[in-house]
Design a protein around this ligand. Sequence first.
Ligand code: SF4
Length: 375
Amino acid sequence: MAGIYLHIPFCKTRCIYCDFYSTTRNDLRQRYVRALCRELALRRDYLRGATVETVYFGGGTPSQLTEKDFESIFQTLQDVYGLEHAREITLEANPDDLTDDYVQLLRHFPFNRISMGIQTFDEQTLQLLQRRHTATQAIEAVQRCRQAGFNNLSIDLIYGLPGETEEKWKHDLQEAVNLHPEHISAYHLTYEEGTPLYRLRETHRVNEANEEDSLRFFTLLVQTLREAGYVHYEISNFCLPGHHARHNTAYWQGIPYLGCGPSAHSFDTDSREWNQASLTAYIDGLEKNERPFEAEKLDNDTRYNEYVMTGMRTRWGISLEKIATDFGTKRLDYLRQMAHPHLQRGKLIEKEGRFCLTEEGIFTSDDIISDLMYV
Ligand code: SF4
């Protein structure tokens, strides 16, 4: 079992909080798609023949791709890896790209999941963030995808935004629930160095949410979505039963994946590779059958820490048997010792051979996870 991530590094405009690798140089799109297909072909052995179960078009803005682009990419995926066993094929999309025509075009391809970056339904905040869409466009885009027959929709929200109040966040959550998407991801805003938003905070033109407010917003998020029938299956992710994101869940469970495109990461359980975050270097390299990338061999401690860090964030937690088998009984003893106080305080539980955060533990997950990691 394996996944494929395709990074589509084009955005019409840049949002002021974003530090993902993308560019507004759409003139390079066709050359890029050829390079991406070449990378997919060149790295055909990376997954060691594992069955591809998920494909994720992320970005950037994959909904900037055209029919021809999708045709080339899907043809390559089919020829090189086969898509017969792909259970989830996701397209990240900007709401304003999801016009009637575009949604119909998507139906001609094997996408069965659309993930929309809505972020907030507050018009003023959308403008401040320099998102391209309005709240109305977001709502209409969801409805349009539904009418076209997409029955697995995900929306992204951000909270702790400049000027966020409990009322505004409640409103965002209510609007989200009203749309009844199968999946909701909600992340706290982070001020990434180098972004325009970071500079606004440094010059005191926007204020960062304080810790107390952030905790209130998170509590509201968890309560509202639980009451609406969503399963809280990862710290920042919620789904209607049976609709967890298979691709991302595979990341958290340490399943191998191939990442193609500039800045994309790949993981084969022993090592991690990441392509250089430069579109021109990527295209120039691939046109000569060379891929600009770096790699890191993962030692035992790093693999243990990654497993604990990602696994503990999910409702399935971490397997004690896996810890003993993959990392040794000494490491299991260490884990048990570090987990003990949290088990005593009811923040962690041991069930069916796994350590999981309790509902209470979720609120202090960072501290607990950092205690369980090996330093
Ligand atoms: S559209 Fe997405 S990737 Fe592009 S700048 Fe905005 S947040 Fe970043």
